[in-house]
Design a protein around this ligand. Structure first.
Ligand SMILES: [Zn+2]
Length: 304
């Protein structure tokens, strides 16, 4: 371990402990003697997970980073490793935040990504979805220089797209759509609808914003809508841009991302103009195509 890495690990420890209750937490951690810092080419993973789980987590984090990098290469790679803190117990995770904060399974706080993998409070697949979502925010902020003026729909849409990637056979597979799962109900095996059916319902019932509003949306406007609707819209729109028509807009999306990172549009008019440059003149045409594409996606039968 180099001197610089040791220093970075020391920083990790301080962040893991957090400003509040640091001394008590330090005593607890020292007593358990299970917190270790694992170093990968891209991450410093600070965790009290058993070593085998920690190494698997590092493998998944590396695959996640490679996914981000394939989509958006970072210009200053190698300058800093990204800190990640994975907690084995919810209580320890909770102690790293201010008292009373409402917590989900993970969060990027502007420096570090923290998540809890206790297997009791949250299911591991749910936690990894959150890690893959928050991991993109960390990558785009720390390595791509994303700012407050970077279009929110794109930042959240990509985060949701990467969150939906499935870990299988040592690889992260993107582009899968949750079409639901069969469950036993009474004596019948019935389909419990997935995200596909939810998106189709939201389109049919007009729950989503018009695209023109979506691509110019401010953080305040984002907060006016409830989160599952927001996330379903930005995910489905991003997925559509990356996969519809054999992915013919994939390169446009990458070019658009590079443009808005280089020159973040501060005003809605400018945001719309950049969007039009990459995706065509009339957002209403694209909206029709997006809606038709999603409504045409096949849904499995309701009863197996
Ligand atoms: Zn997010």
């Amino acid at each position: 371990m180099t001197k610089k890495t040791r220093q970075q690990c020391a920083v990790c420890l301080l962040l893991l402990l957090g400003p509040a209750g640091a001394l008590r937490a330090a005593d607890d951690l020292a007593a358990e003697q299970t917190v270790r810092c694992y170093v990968s080419p891209h991450y410093l993973l600070y965790t009290d997970l058993p070593e085998r789980d920690a190494r698997e987590a590092l493998e998944r984090l590396t695959a996640m980073y490679e996914l981000y990098r394939r989509f958006a290469p970072a210009p200053d790679e190698g300058l800093a490793k990204l800190p990640v803190y994975l907690y084995r117990r919810f209580e320890k995770y909770r102690q790293s935040f201010r008292p009373g904060e409402r917590l989900n399974a993970g969060r990027y706080d502007g420096v570090a990504l923290r998540a809890v993998l206790d297997g009791e409070t949250f299911s591991p697949p749910d936690v990894w979805r959150v890690i893959q979502h928050e991991g993109w925010h960390q990558y785009s902020h720390r390595l791509l220089g994303r700012s407050a003026s970077t279009p929110l729909w794109l930042e959240e849409g990509l985060a949701e797209y990467f969150a939906a990637a499935v870990w299988k056979d040592g690889e992260l597979h993107t582009g899968t759509i949750d079409v639901g799962a069969y469950v036993l109900r009474g004596e019948a095996i019935v389909l419990q609808p997935g995200r596909l059916q939810r998106v189709q319902t939201r389109i049919r019932t007009g729950q989503f914003r018009p695209l023109e509003k979506l691509v110019t949306m401010s953080p305040d406007e984002w907060r006016q809508q409830v989160n599952p609707v927001n996330h379903d819209q930005v995910w489905s729109f991003t997925h559509f841009l990356l996969h519809a028509g054999q992915g013919r807009r994939r390169e446009s999306l990458k070019a658009y991302l590079a443009d808005v990172l280089r020159d973040p549009p501060a005003e809605p008019e400018k945001a719309l103009a950049i969007f039009r440059t990459h995706f065509g003149g009339d957002p209403a045409d694209l909206q029709n195509e997006y809606e038709s594409w999603w409504l045409a996606q096949p849904v499995p039968p309701e009863v197996e």
